[in-house]
Design a protein. Structure first.
Length: 579
């Protein structure tokens, strides 16, 4: 553990050093990262612990966000620690740079423990190297400024794998249950992985009744952990029967599931068929109870209107299957998970053939890795988890193959064969080769969209808005969170489903007539109109609504109710006062 933490510290220092300019520019690249900082600011400014309503978007009433305070704590703690020495603005910058690296330490510990248990005592450096240098999608979730909750959920996923492979059954089960409870208390994004972990533990017990202590530990920590997580971090808005967070809906499911699993493990019948029957019956009770008691949750968990789903949620790129993305994007994403799956199955077969003590662990990892690969066929946002889960299998492949190449009598095999194994098993060939393929290269139009989408939310562009008195900015949905973080202004909407009515207002205002824009802006008390020409969201309004308000504005048409306001030279933004 000591050497794992030293490795983490070295990588953390390297990350902070290389990303220092972005840290100083408060380059929170994602809307969720910006909203997380606003949530932390509200907490430090005295907002109630259980009140997660944001009052800077959709003013004056604001809107409830479905997150929890768990991820706020380390960021707020760092700000409080650093503020007396460097002041609040710099403390925020440093906290946003350091906080994402904290869950990386947990992820390293989980992967290191898994590698030691399943591959070999000295295999952990190989696993950490693969994680740091091959899991590109995963490591983006731990990069400085990536303060949203995904890194913490990935850290819990690494602990889940470590628990599944733990030879001490009760401890391993307790780790899986606790990690699942923390992940669910943060958000429901990892719900499929949580369910799969529970299924794997149950299957292990069905096959081998000696696994009963693992089930008992898992059941107690899952039920107790979710109850504790809800009591400590469930917001006022999550006390109703909603389906997008750890509300009484999923709290009930987890407690009942934990109770049924614990009872089954306590009974622990000797017949494998009886154990299978009990598991099937318990699953049927959970599914039937969920359908009967919470029918509202059988559809989309966000519970948005059909119009909003059609115009927004159904078009989110990361929520689409990986095969719908261009080859240049998809190939590097899927390569490592497929290699990890191959390595996990090879290692599992070897363990089964040799009747090794790590057979249960490798079987669990192989099933989990297979599930992660299948998740990519559902949503591309599963990529960070799929790549991280591929690490044990990819490391095992190198661990098995490299001694064979090094032991060859042919020097070319020893040198080039070893290099080839590492390049293949790490998936490095995918990222290297894709840049030379003459396919899917962005055209000039796409480059212009990418440039605008990067420049408009920049700190220098946004801070210039503070030359004008505070007011509500009517702007693109994806600019809302950035506006309220960098400037002293408020905004109408952000890309959050509980802000659905305001999102539709923005879409209608930009897509319909100028008079309708003016009426909707007045409804929200907007004093300014802020737009970013060529930003990705703007292209949607023009493509869907030719002749609409934004399309006419983008073509240079002027309107009597809009007064252009000057911004610094070369600003990518256009600002107007709404009269």
């Amino acid at each position: 553990m000591r050497y794992v933490m030293i490795t983490w510290l070295l990588i953390a220092f390297w990350y902070v050093g290389t990303e220092w300019p972005r840290i100083q520019a408060l380059a929170l690249g994602d809307t969720d990262d910006n909203m997380r900082l606003m949530q932390v600011r509200a907490l430090l400014n005295g907002q109630d612990w259980y009140d997660l309503r944001n009052y800077y978007l959709n003013p004056p009433g604001g809107f409830d966000i479905h997150w929890s305070r768990i991820v706020d704590l380390p960021i707020a703690g760092l700000i409080l620690l650093l503020r007396p020495f460097v002041g609040t603005p710099e403390a925020e910058r440093l906290a946003c740079g350091i906080a994402p690296l904290l869950p990386l330490s947990i992820a390293f510990l989980g992967l290191g423990a898994t590698a030691r248990r399943l591959i070999g005592k000295h295999a952990w450096p190989l696993a950490l190297a693969l994680m740091a240098f091959a899991c590109t999608s995963t490591m983006l979730m731990f990069a400085p400024e990536r303060i949203d909750h995904h890194g913490w959920q990935l850290a819990m996923l690494s602990l889940t794998v470590a628990g599944l492979s733990d030879p001490k059954r009760a401890r391993g089960g307790a780790i899986v249950g606790a990690a699942s409870a923390v992940s669910l208390s943060i958000g429901l994004e990892m719900m499929p992985y949580v369910a799969m972990a529970g299924a794997i533990i149950t299957l292990q017990w069905i096959w081998d009744r000696e696994e009963a202590p693992r089930v008992e530990g898992y059941a107690l920590s899952l039920g107790g952990g979710t109850a504790l997580g809800y009591a400590a971090f469930g917001s006022y808005a999550n006390s109703v029967m909603r389906c997008d967070a750890l509300t009484p809906v999923y709290l009930t499911v987890m407690i009942v599931a934990g109770a049924l699993l614990f009872a089954m493990a306590r009974l622990n019948p000797s017949s494998r068929w009886v154990r299978l029957g009990l598991a099937v019956a318990a699953g049927a009770v959970i599914v039937a109870g969920f359908a009967l008691l919470f029918p509202q949750c059988l559809g989309r968990p966000e519970q948005v209107s059909p119009e909003l789903a059609k115009n927004w949620l159904n078009n989110v790129r990361e929520a689409k299957p990986v095969y719908t993305h261009p080859f240049r994007t998809a190939f590097p994403i899927v390569t490592l998970p497929l290699i990890g799956l191959l390595g996990a199955f090879i290692a599992a077969k070897r363990a089964i053939d040799e009747r090794a003590s790590n057979t249960v662990g490798w079987t669990a990892v192989a099933l989990f890795t297979l599930f992660a690969c299948l998740m990519l066929l559902w949503q591309t946002r599963a990529a960070p988890g799929a790549q991280m889960l591929a690490v044990p299998g990819a490391a095992a492949l190198i661990w098995i193959a490299v001694p064979l190449t090094l032991g060859s009598g042919n020097m070319l095999v020893r040198v080039f064969g070893t290099v080839a194994v590492v390049i293949f098993a790490s998936g490095a060939f995918a990222a290297w080769s894709i840049q030379y393929l003459p396919i899917d290269k962005p055209d000039k139009r796409a480059q212009a969209v990418n440039n605008a989408s990067a420049r408009c939310p920049s700190y220098n562009a946004m801070i210039a808005l503070n030359r004008y008195p505070p007011g509500t900015m009517f702007s693109f949905v994806d600019l809302g969170p950035r506006i309220i973080v960098v400037s002293h202004h408020k905004a109408v909407a952000g890309p959050y489903h509980r802000n659905g009515d305001a999102i539709l207002d923005v879409q209608h205002a930009f897509g319909r007539s100028p008079d309708e824009f003016r009426a909707i802006a007045a409804k929200h008390g907007a004093a300014y109109l802020l737009v970013c020409p060529n930003m990705a969201e703007s292209t949607i309004y023009r493509a869907r609504n030719p002749g609409g308000f934004y399309d006419r504005l983008a073509k240079g048409e002027t309107f009597a109710f809009l007064t252009p306001l000057p911004l610094p030279k070369n600003s990518p933004l256009r600002l107007f006062r709404i009269n």
